[in-house]
Design a protein around this ligand. Structure first.
Ligand SMILES: [Zn+2]
Length: 389
């Protein structure tokens, strides 16, 4: 049996099964065979410590439940133009589609792997990723196959935008997604997603795709209400989506419907930051009792960052979440958005994915924006990264 005894923790960030957060000071824990086996006060430790945290805080590894990592090229000129005053539009996705289609399998995998390593340096120990820059049967399957090499949480987002070649025959593309891409993609992906918004897919198209996905046994998530208010949230709930993502434009009716459901609303504030848009109303969602997760949305168009710490800082500064609400959203709720009970919290029986911070409390993540505070990264009780901080 492998055992790891971690003590000297100034503050241990816990989320109870009820969802309540708790900060345990002067804490310690024991990991056995990769899972948390004992959690308590350092003074109650009866065995020798393997690791002394020296009065630093320990938090769960981040769970990034919304990323788009399979792509080639970048869109820095689009970003520059946007910062000079041009608005963000869904159409820019096609430039990434062209670059992705032109890349070899090896190039795409190497770019993906590099991004995953970058995420790990940023403390992300579990992540979801999607297709959506292929937009043909062959290209979507290629992206999904590559995605599945580094994560179990793969989403088919063939309905990202209607590709240029189908611009005058959108219904044919929707049919291609439902009848050709989805059935074959099931080999690599357990999730399906649709970009339901202005310039992307309509409510009727989204409903048809989600219905088809249901019959094939997919779990469902949805990009909705990012660019405009609309019926995306209501449709997501009606169709049994596990998570509805972006939700930057919500009415009071949307919030009421969400509060009566168990759905997770995944907020992606780096997208608002990078498109200079208004942030979603996280406070109203939390006050209404809605499950709120935070993700990076790492993608080349609207949010090219793998820093969950930055998402947390924005959530606190711009969206009025408390530091502990934001951290719970980036860990426990990220796991809920992926229907994963084995990760996302420091709790007995869960996989021991945790981060030792170079700081005495979790609140420093938001308090010290832009500063790397992630000293050591552990996955299933194994040290996978030590920055020597
Ligand atoms: Zn996205």
């Amino acid at each position: 049996m492998s055992q790891l005894v971690v003590g000297g923790i100034s503050e241990l960030f816990l989320v109870r099964e009820s969802g309540a957060t708790e900060l345990l000071t002067d804490a310690a824990f024991i990991v056995e065979n990769g899972v948390f086996a004992w959690i308590g006060k350092d003074s109650d430790l009866s065995v020798a410590r393997t690791i002394d945290c020296k009065k630093r805080a320990v938090i769960p590894g981040f769970v990034d439940s919304h990323t788009h990592l399979i792509f080639a090229g970048d869109r820095v000129s689009e970003f520059e133009a946007r910062m000079a005053g041009n608005p963000y539009e869904a159409g820019g996705i096609m430039s990434t589609v062209r670059a992705t289609r032109a890349a070899s399998d090896e190039e795409l995998f190497d770019l993906y792997k590099k991004r995953v390593q970058e995420m790990l340096r940023n403390g992300i120990t579990s992540f979801e990723t999607k297709s959506g820059y292929g937009l043909s049967v062959k290209e979507e399957l290629r992206s999904l196959k590559i995605a599945s090499k580094l994560t179990d949480e793969v989403t088919v987002l063939a309905a990202h935008v209607v590709p240029t070649e189908y611009q005058d025959k959108r219904s044919e593309y929707v049919k291609l997604v439902m009848e050709d891409i989805l059935p074959e993609a099931r080999e690599y992906a357990s999730w399906v997603d649709v970009f339901c918004d202005e310039g992307a897919f309509t409510i009727e198209e989204t409903r048809a795709i989600l219905k088809a996905a249901t019959t094939m046994g997919y779990k469902k998530r949805l990009h909705a209400n990012q660019l405009k208010a609309g019926d995306g949230v209501k449709l997501g709930i009606e169709m049994g989506c596990v998570s509805i993502e972006h939700c930057s434009h919500l009415g009071s009716e949307d919030i009421a419907v969400l509060s009566e459901s168990d759905v997770v609303v995944t907020l992606l504030p780096i997208a608002e930051f990078s498109t200079r848009s208004a942030y979603p109303n996280a406070r109203a969602l939390l006050d209404a009792g809605v499950n709120v997760a935070l993700s990076t949305d790492c993608n080349p168009g609207s949010s090219y960052s793998s820093s969950m710490s930055f998402a947390i800082a924005l959530a606190v500064r711009e969206m009025r979440m408390t530091p502990s609400e934001a951290l719970k959203a980036a860990t426990f709720m990220g796991a809920k958005a992926l229907e994963r009970e084995d990760i996302g919290a420091i709790a007995l029986g869960k996989r021991a994915d945790f981060l030792i911070l170079d700081a005495p409390s979790h609140a420093h993540i938001a308090y010290r924006p832009g500063v790397d505070l992630i000293a050591e990264v552990f996955k299933a009780g194994e040290l996978v990264l030590d920055k020597g901080m």
